[in-house]
Design a protein around this ligand. Structure first.
Ligand code: ZN
Length: 162
């Protein structure tokens, strides 16, 4: 993968958004029944907002995947929408709220793996900082006598590891 994506946050937010959408649909269904009996004013279009909230959570989850460098913004929006989903989409039957909430938090706290070349020294079993691993490489290649690159520990003539 070329860029590092908070995959778990993305998946949880996406599924959460789908549940919130289902919650909005359920509320829309209830609203339709109430309207049929002349009581449509009771919910007064809550479900439309609920459906919008579900769609937005899904959109922000997808943005989290395609623009992970803005993960904090997407995560925060997903968290806000998960809370908003309570009055407008029954909290996505609670499951949607919970998944989107956790997904948003995971997106914000996600730390991409460090790939900085300056930190290439392995940490394990090497308490001495700046000390090369194992014995120092020989000055000349034992196979062909060529010059050895001390950084990569390879012969510059034949490429052999020394
Ligand atoms: Zn060599």
């Amino acid at each position: 993968m070329s860029h590092h994506v908070p995959t778990t946050g993305f998946v949880l937010s996406l599924i959460g958004g789908i549940f919130v959408l289902l919650g909005g649909l359920a509320l829309a269904y209830v609203e339709t029944i109430l309207s049929a009996f002349g009581f449509g004013f009771i919910l007064g279009g809550l479900a439309i907002v609920g459906l919008l909230v579900g769609v937005l959570i899904i959109v922000f989850a997808i943005l989290l995947y395609v623009m992970p460098q803005m993960k904090v913004a997407w995560g925060a929006l997903i968290i806000v929408l998960s809370i908003v989903s309570w009055p407008f989409a029954l909290g996505g039957f609670f499951v949607g709220f919970l998944l989107a909430l956790i997904g948003g938090i995971l997106a914000i706290v996600y730390k991409p793996p460090v790939v900085a070349p300056m930190m290439g020294q392995p940490m394990m079993g090497q308490p001495m900082m700046g000390q090369p691993m194992g014995a120092p490489p020989p000055a000349a290649c034992p196979a062909c006598g060529g010059q050895v690159n001390p950084q990569t520990r390879t012969c510059m003539s034949c490429g052999r590891m020394v």
